[in-house]
Design a protein. Structure first.
Length: 326
């Protein structure tokens, strides 16, 4: 008989793994009480069979099973390609809308359904999609990942895309709240600054959120400065995550930080060398789960230092993001 996995409530940290199989150190890391999810990258994929074996191993370690996530938006952000449908970038649906307003939403729906179905078949719970950012200028990190520059059109296409994900059995994760489309720089490499007033952001960038807030299951925060609104980046800001997202917009789902090892998040802390400070600030601000990617030493440091008491409330909230097979 197979061993019954150890019962552990899901914790608030999402980590990654290095290769095609789990190492003993990674198994120990994934069993840490503060871990609740694993994010996969292109380096974790050699074939569908191998990927499914890796996911099965990850999910066998604990009960409830760790969530498994990936970025599978389409276009230039599609981690798994060989054996998967090549998905168009979000901008394609916006361009299609300009030609035919009636067929574009169905195309978005179909693409999302295909993406989600292919991932669920292998045991993946979450694709961090769709991108809610409304591009207002040439953004090197968002660009063709945005559905449209008109927030009303973007909201229509996003709604259809979310419907496709939901129909397949996958939750939707809107990113990057409140918006990464108004800055040119990439928060992977620096801390971008958006100087607009809150009213401008509310009417433009937040319009898709306002229209679809009841359809969104999760939100990922942006590592962008909005100095006219708050002194802290959204990831570390109770103003953005509590006052605006939770209270003003009425969001009740899961809030994820973007990767805390990104330069934008590092530059926004008082102590840039402290992953503990970054995680604590994000959690205190309102993040339910924080991501630490591509730096296993930082993940281990955080897991060793973070004071977290496992609890059923957070675990149940996270478990609701598990994909369902139709």
């Amino acid at each position: 008989m197979p061993n019954t996995p150890e019962y552990q409530p899901l914790g608030p940290v999402m980590v990654d793994v290095a290769g095609l199989t789990l190492t003993p150190d990674e198994i120990d890391r994934l069993r840490h009480p503060s871990v609740g999810a694993v994010i996969l990258f292109t380096r974790n994929f050699a074939s569908k069979q191998q990927l499914q074996a890796l996911i099965t191993h990850i999910k066998s370690l604990r009960s409830p099973a760790l969530l498994v996530a990936v970025d599978q938006e389409g276009g230039r952000v599609q981690r798994f390609q060989e054996g998967f449908t090549r998905l168009p970038a979000a901008q394609y649906f916006g361009e299609l809308w300009e030609q035919n307003k009636h067929t574009a939403p169905m195309a978005a729906y179909t693409s999302a359904f295909t993406m989600a179905s292919e991932l669920i078949e292998l045991g993946i719970d979450i694709s961090f999609a769709p991108v809610f950012d409304v591009c207002s200028q040439a953004s090197e990190v968002i660009g063709d990942r945005s559905f449209h520059s008109d927030p009303a059109v973007a909201a229509e296409l996003l709604g259809a895309y979310i419907d496709g994900m939901h129909a397949a059995g996958m939750v939707s994760i809107a990113k990057h709240f409140p918006g990464h489309g108004g800055v040119a720089n990439d928060s992977h490499h620096c801390l971008p600054t958006d100087g607009r007033a809150f009213e401008a952001i509310f009417e433009h960038d937040l319009r898709p959120y306002r229209a679809l807030i009841d359809e969104i299951d999760g939100v990922m925060s942006a590592h962008v400065e909005f100095p006219a609104c708050d002194e802290h980046i959204p990831t570390y800001s109770s103003f953005w995550l509590q006052d605006i997202l939770r209270q003003k917009l009425g969001f009740e789902g899961v809030i994820f930080s973007d990767d805390l090892s990104m330069q934008g998040a590092v530059d926004a802390t008082d102590n840039p060398g402290s992953i503990l400070e970054s995680a604590q600030r994000a959690i205190y601000a309102g993040c339910d789960m924080v991501l630490v990617c591509n730096q296993p030493q930082l993940a281990d440091q955080l897991l060793a230092e973070l004071k977290f008491e496992p609890n059923e409330v957070l675990s149940a909230k996270l478990s609701r993001l598990s994909a369902r097979r139709n």
